[in-house]
Design a protein around this ligand. Structure first.
Ligand SMILES: Cc1cc2nc3c(=O)[nH]c(=O)nc-3n(C[C@H](O)[C@H](O)[C@H](O)COP(=O)(O)O)c2cc1C
Length: 369
């Protein structure tokens, strides 16, 4: 199967085409629970693992941890974590994200306090100043350098799902009249500067992935035509892989339910792929070996995201490779796994997945095998 062909990305060899995407399960960042969760997926055969959306501030600002040695402790812990995952045969990256909050402290996904900024005044956010934009650009590149120092094999910028980078590119959210807005070239500027600055900071031997919000079905939102142009420019700026998802879309979820067909966003990856030379990842309910391999053999993408299906069954890659298809525990796309993020009552150790009681609880419940 093409699914198990290796691929080289800026010198980094990944053993197969299976990418476990960033999925925030609120397990924390440096504890036994979160380590066991990722390690089991590395041992299960995922070639590339992307640690969930993590605030840039956590790599550079002790204030985000609320303690003077927060960053140093985090980096130290990540060094042994990344080594452990690599030893299990996977490549490990981290998704860097900005939660619209200043000055720091946007460590957690659920932003509850602080000054919230956006390209333009939307909802409870105010317009970011140019000096704030430049400072955030620097945060992305500094955090990338620190991620490299922490032993990550690559980083991914979260430029999708309506977060800051995505908002700057979206005509629906970015109404600025200055150089960071106006037309599409202005709206691309922030993302391009983030990538260019980072490329300079991390050097030539460190892959940069970009999760691009390729389309938004809303008035003034991102069109595929625009994102194809953006991708080509990002590639010139130094992006090595495009992870193609959607932007902020009232009618569609980035994690589609059963009602969406399998591979529901693959056409977006296919379109981006036609405009860039670097590898492209397809995303969106790619749950079966047949669908995953077909996307690759048809040349629609070079890699596939297996997201919730790896929460449901961490051994999916191994079972597929060994032809044990009937042993796969199928993901129901029920989105129970969003509970940790969305339910105020959930706490680590509570169940995460309807079909896999061990997900996120690997340290509590022994494996059956
Ligand atoms: C619980 C949960 C948390 C997620 N957190 C993130 C995240 O931190 N960053 C991100 O880019 N996407 C996030 N996603 C979206 C996934 O990375 C993926 O794009 C989406 O689930 C579609 O893939 P799938 O159908 O294979 O699950 C999350 C999805 C889930 C289910």
């Amino acid at each position: 199967m093409k699914l198990f062909e290796p691929l080289t990305i800026r010198g980094m060899v990944v053993k197969n085409r299976i990418v476990m995407p960033a999925m925030q399960l609120v397990l924390g960042l440096r504890n036994r629970r979160v380590r066991a969760y990722y390690l089991e997926r590395a041992q299960g055969g995922a070639g590339t693992i992307i640690m969930s959306a993590t605030s840039v501030d956590l790599f550079i600002d002790d204030e985000a941890w609320g303690r003077p040695d927060g960053v140093a402790k985090f980096i130290e812990s990540m060094k042994s974590f990344t080594e452990e995952i690599r030893e299990a045969g996977a490549r490990i990256g981290i998704q860097l994200w900005h939660g619209n909050q200043l000055p720091a402290g946007s460590g957690m996904l659920n932003v509850t306090s602080g000054d919230l900024i956006a390209p333009s005044a939307i909802a409870n956010m105010r317009e970011a100043t140019v000096s704030e934009i430049r400072s955030i650009t620097h945060k992305f590149s500094s955090a990338s350098e620190k991620a490299k120092e922490s032993g990550f094999d690559f980083i991914e910028f979260h430029g999708a799902h309506g977060y800051l980078l995505c908002q700057f590119f979206s005509g629906a959210d970015n109404k600025r009249k200055d150089e960071y807005g106006g037309d599409i070239y202005g709206r691309m500027r922030f993302g391009l500067e983030v990538v260019k600055t980072t490329r300079q900071a991390v050097g030539d031997d460190f892959p940069i992935f970009y999760r691009i919000g390729a389309e938004e079905k809303r008035a003034g939102g991102i069109t595929l035509r625009q994102s194809k142009l953006f991708a080509a420019e990002l590639e010139k700026a130094g992006v090595d892989v495009f992870d193609v998802s959607i932007g902020s879309d009232p009618s569609r979820r980035a994690s589609p339910t059963k009602r969406a067909k399998m591979g529901t966003f693959v056409h977006l990856a296919d379109a981006i792929k036609q405009n860039v030379k670097v590898p492209v990842i397809a995303v969106g309910r790619i749950n079966t070996p047949e669908v995953a391999d077909l996307i690759l053999t048809q040349g629609k993408a070079d890699l596939v995201v297996i997201g919730r299906q790896l929460i449901a069954d961490p051994l999916w890659p191994r079972k597929v490779k060994e032809g044990r298809f009937e042993e796969i525990v199928a993901c129901e796309s029920c989105n129970t796994c969003f509970r940790p993020m969305l339910s105020g009552k959930w706490k680590p150790g509570d169940p995460i997945c309807k079909v896999n009681e061990r997900a996120g609880r690997e340290v509590d419940i022994p494996a059956q095998e």
